[in-house]
Design a protein around this ligand. Structure first.
Ligand code: GLO
Ligand code: MG
Length: 347
């Protein structure tokens, strides 16, 4: 049943970008990183998603004291702006020491680097008053299957999760599955894999998932069913709503822009489960089109938020008695016509 959740929204500073893609350079001037935070509230967002080096740039070369001091300054900045840190994610895919993966790298030295970096990430999260670490396991996979022992890789991922849970008894870990890109095949491609890791861990209540619409579509799955699976296990920490036009590169299109009905169903599933009523954020992970000019570009963020809210209205306006009648009569043809007309604003 529909709830009347007042949704709150979040995004990460990387969503305000310069327009570079693998085939060409930036098409827009850089908007200074530190100035992005002042944009959040006026745009209708209160949650900030961070990479560890969004909080502490250059952290690999800083001492523990310097890291703590910088995190404290960011905590004060967030409080001044009325913002809430939603999560911190170790950016483990940039370093020359994670070319072949981080926790699953074949090199023991690279795995050590990944663990040291992860501890710093947890320290940074605590320093800004945040208890959630997101693991987007970008390079934990292979370009060719024979490159790594996949069974060992899954064991290493579980060992890392347990080590993180032990390092900080309060943090939660939210795994963001993605089936491919940048690797050919990633080791945690779906929420089912993430939830299996959670249940195998030393404290499954502190291990959840973050589902990105585009990632589910890239796996050939329906994002709303992926979300429903996580919700059924109370394992949906957050979402990255966006859209994806078929099986191609990760597009991060505006929410609802490629497939409105798929978007509608995500909103329906979230609404029906009361997602958001415990403070969960509606996170957006959307990319501005390369063709867009301006500095900063933010229209993709406000458009996605607006589409989400319109879809909430659509979900709340569903005639649920009618839906139940269609279910009882097993008349899904009539149900579908009703729903498509409802989405089109037709009676
Ligand atoms: C890329 C991911 C990425 C993560 C972010 C948070 O495909 O969606 O944007 O969400 O780095 O860890
Ligand atoms: Mg994402």
């Amino acid at each position: 049943m529909s709830t009347s959740t007042n949704y709150r929204f979040s995004f990460g500073p990387w969503n305000i970008s310069e327009g570079a893609d693998p085939f060409g350079p930036e098409t827009r001037p850089a908007f200074p990183h530190e100035e992005k935070f002042a944009l959040y509230r006026p745009l209708g967002f209160e949650g900030v998603q961070f990479h560890d080096d969004d909080v502490v740039p250059g952290l690999d070369d800083l001492t523990a004291d310097q890291i703590v001091a910088k995190a404290a300054a960011v905590k004060a900045m967030l409080a001044n702006q009325g913002l809430v840190p939603e999560f911190v994610a170790p950016r483990l895919w940039f370093s020359p020491r994670t070319v072949d993966g981080a926790y699953t790298a074949n090199s023991a030295g690279d795995r050590t680097y990944a663990w040291e970096r992860t501890k710093k990430c947890i320290d940074i999260a605590r320093g800004i008053g945040c208890k959630v670490i997101v693991l987007w396991l970008a390079r934990e996979g292979t370009y060719i299957r024979e490159a790594k022992d996949a069974r060992l890789a899954y064991q290493r991922l579980l060992e890392t999760i347990n080590a993180m849970l032990a390092y900080d008894p309060e943090i939660e870990i939210w795994i963001e599955p993605k089936p491919n890109e940048p690797t050919d095949q990633a080791y945690v491609p779906t929420i089912g894999h993430a939830v299996a890791l959670a249940y195998a861990s030393d404290d499954h209540r502190r291990v959840k998932g973050l589902i990105e619409s585009a990632h589910a579509i890239l796996a050939g799955l329906d994002p709303s069913d992926e979300m429903a699976f996580a919700l059924a296990h109370d394992k949906l920490g957050s979402v990255h709503l966006n859209d994806q036009n078929g099986l191609k590169y990760d597009q991060d299109k505006n929410f609802g822009a490629a497939n409105l009905r798929v978007a509608f169903n995500q909103v329906r599933v979230l609404e029906d489960a009361g997602y958001g009523s415990r403070g969960e954020f509606i996170g957006l992970d959307v990319k501005a089109m390369r063709t867009q000019s301006g500095c900063p570009v933010t229209a993709h963020l406000t458009a996605s938020r607006e589409i989400f809210l319109h879809l909430v209205d659509k979900v709340r306006a569903i005639d649920s008695a009618l839906i139940n009648q269609f279910r009882d009569a097993r008349d899904y043809e009539a149900m579908e016509l009703y729903l498509v007309k409802h989405l089109m604003g037709l009676k």
